[in-house]
Design a protein around this ligand. Structure first.
Ligand SMILES: NC(=O)c1ccc[n+]([C@@H]2O[C@H](COP(=O)([O-])OP(=O)(O)OC[C@H]3O[C@@H](n4cnc5c(N)ncnc54)[C@H](O)[C@@H]3O)[C@@H](O)[C@H]2O)c1
Length: 251
C-alpha cells in the first residue's frame, strides 16, 4: 500500500507524550522510521513508551534520550537517526513547556528554563537538521511547534508567548534561507489541545474553551494530521507557513 512518508526518517522531539507522541505514531503509520527524542521515555499521561507502541504495530522506531536545551544532545539525536535509518528527512521540533506567570513575577531562572527548551531547542534543533539535510543533498521538511501563543498573547504567558513568537518568525526566516536546498520549514500553531500540559490548569482551559467556536479541545491526533500534511509531498509548495489549528479561537 502506498504511504505518505514511505522510506523517510523522522526525528520528533518531545515525542514521549502528547502532541509529539501522536505525530510520531501517525508518521510511523505512513511508513516513516522514527526517532523519539525526549528527556523521559514514559508518556506523561501514562501508557507504553511511544517507540514500543510503534514497533508493536509493525513500525520502526527508536528512543534516544535528548534534552533539547543541549546542542550536543540534539546533534546526538540527529546522528542516531542517520546511523539507524541512513538519513534525516523530517525534523519535528516539538518539545516545549509552559510556565504561567505575570511578568512581574517571572525570574531569570524561569526565563532561561523556558527559552532554553522552547526557543533555543527549536533554533539548534533546526540547525542540526539543516546541516544534515544539506550534507545529504536531499529535500527535507522541518516542522516547528509554535502555538496560538506565537501569534497573539495569552493570560500570564509572557514567557511562553515570547518563545512561541520567536518560533513563528524563525520558521519564516529558515524557509527563506533554505528554500534553495529544497528544505521546507513550516510551523504548527495549535490552540487548546488535550495533553498533560493543558490538563494541569483547569481555569485556563475553561477560559480558552469558552472562546473557541468549535466549543471543544483539540486532540493530539488532530495536530498529528496537520503535521503529516506539512511533512508529506502534499504540501510540496508550502514553506514559511504557520498553520493554525485552534477550533476557531483566533478567528
Ligand atoms: N497542548 C496544547 O494545548 C498545545 C497548544 C499549542 C502548542 N503546544 C505545543 O506542543 C508541544 C508539545 O506539548 P504537549 O501539549 O504535547 O505537552 P506534553 O507535556 O504532553 O509533552 C511534552 C513532551 O516534551 C518533553 N520535554 C519537555 N522538556 C523537554 C526537553 N528539555 N527536551 C526534550 N523533551 C522535553 C516532555 O518530556 C514530554 O514528553 C509544545 O511545544 C507545546 O508548547 C501545545
Amino acid at each position: 500500500m502506498a504511504t505518505k512518508l514511505g522510506e523517510k526518517a523522522a526525528l520528533v522531539t518531545g515525542a514521549s507524550s502528547g502532541n509529539g507522541r501522536a505525530i510520531a505514531r501517525r508518521f510511523a503509520e505512513e511508513g516513516a522510521s522514527i526517532t523519539v527524542a525526549d528527556i523521559r521515555e514514559d508518556p506523561r499521561m501514562g501508557g507504553d513508551p511511544t517507540h514500543e507502541l510503534i514497533e508493536e504495530s509493525g513500525g520502526t522506531a527508536q528512543y534516544v534520550e535528548c534534552d533539547v536545551s543541549s546542542i550536543a544532545d540534539l546533534q546526538a539525536a540527529v546522528d542516531a537517526t542517520v546511523d539507524a535509518y541512513g538519513s534525516l528527512d523530517v525534523m519535528v521540533n516539538n518539545a516545549g513547556v509552559e510556565r504561567q506567570l505575570p511578568i512581574e513575577e517571572a525570574g531569570e531562572d524561569d526565563y532561561d528554563w523556558l527559552m532554553d527548551i522552547n526557543l533555543k531547542g527549536v533554533y539548534f534543533g533546526s540547525q542540526a537538521a539543516i546541516q544534515q539535510m544539506v550534507d545529504q543533498e536531499s529535500s527535507g521538511a522541518i516542522i516547528n511547534m509554535s502555538s496560538i501563543g506565537g501569534i497573539r498573547g495569552l493570560d500570564d504567558s509572557s514567557l511562553y508567548c515570547t518563545s512561541k513568537g520567536g518560533v513563528t518568525n524563525l520558521t519564516r526566516q529558515l524557509a527563506i534561507e533554505h528554500g534553495e536546498n529544497d528544505i521546507r520549514v513550516n510551523a504548527l500553531n495549535p490552540g487548546f489541545i488535550e495533553t498533560a500540559m493543558t490538563m494541569e490548569d483547569g481555569e485556563t482551559a475553561d477560559d480558552i474553551l469558552d472562546q473557541t467556536p468549535l466549543g471543544r479541545a483539540g486532540q493530539p491526533e488532530e495536530v498529528a494530521d496537520a503535521a503529516l500534511f506539512l511533512a508529506s509531498d502534499e504540501s510540496s509548495f508550502v514553506t514559511g507557513h504557520n498553520l493554525v489549528m485552534d477550533g476557531g479561537f483566533t478567528a
